[in-house]
Design a protein around this ligand. Structure first.
Ligand SMILES: [Zn+2]
Length: 131
């Protein structure tokens, strides 16, 4: 299992994973607020839904900025970005998204499998100078 080069990279992977999950949660949350606003007939909920959509867009931009540098230690492709390269044949998805699957496994399992090369990486820093 591969490991990450530094604690800063590890932290960035966790923050970017959180951003991916928040980004994916914002769309159903906004739809929920709109639906609730329609049922209740209160227009205040639409403003909240608009705020949630805006927050989702901010999370998307922050994730684009952050995850570009977070590369798989083996194939060097950003694992939390949707590149148009072909995926590994056994790459798993969550609700049809490879990114979401990688993000949830980083946060909840402490490791991830790169969707492009299929190699597992532990959320640990590699030790230097020891063989
Ligand atoms: Zn890889």
């Amino acid at each position: 299992m591969h490991r990450l080069p530094s604690h800063a990279t590890l932290r960035r992977f966790r923050v970017a994973s959180l951003l991916v999950i928040l980004m994916f949660l914002s769309a159903p949350a906004a739809l929920g607020f709109i639906f609730y606003g329609f049922i209740k007939g209160e227009h205040g909920w639409f403003a909240i839904a608009g705020g949630v959509v805006a927050a989702g867009l901010i999370f998307m931009v922050l994730n684009l900025i952050m995850s570009g540098r977070l590369r798989c230690p083996l194939c060097m492709v950003p694992s939390l970005q949707n590149r148009r390269c072909s995926k590994h044949k056994s790459a798993a998805t969550l609700f049809g998204s490879h990114r979401l699957f990688v993000a949830q496994s980083i946060l909840f399992k402490g490791s991830f499998r790169c969707p492009y090369c299929g190699e597992p990486t532990a959320m640990m820093v590699r030790e230097r100078g020891r063989r």
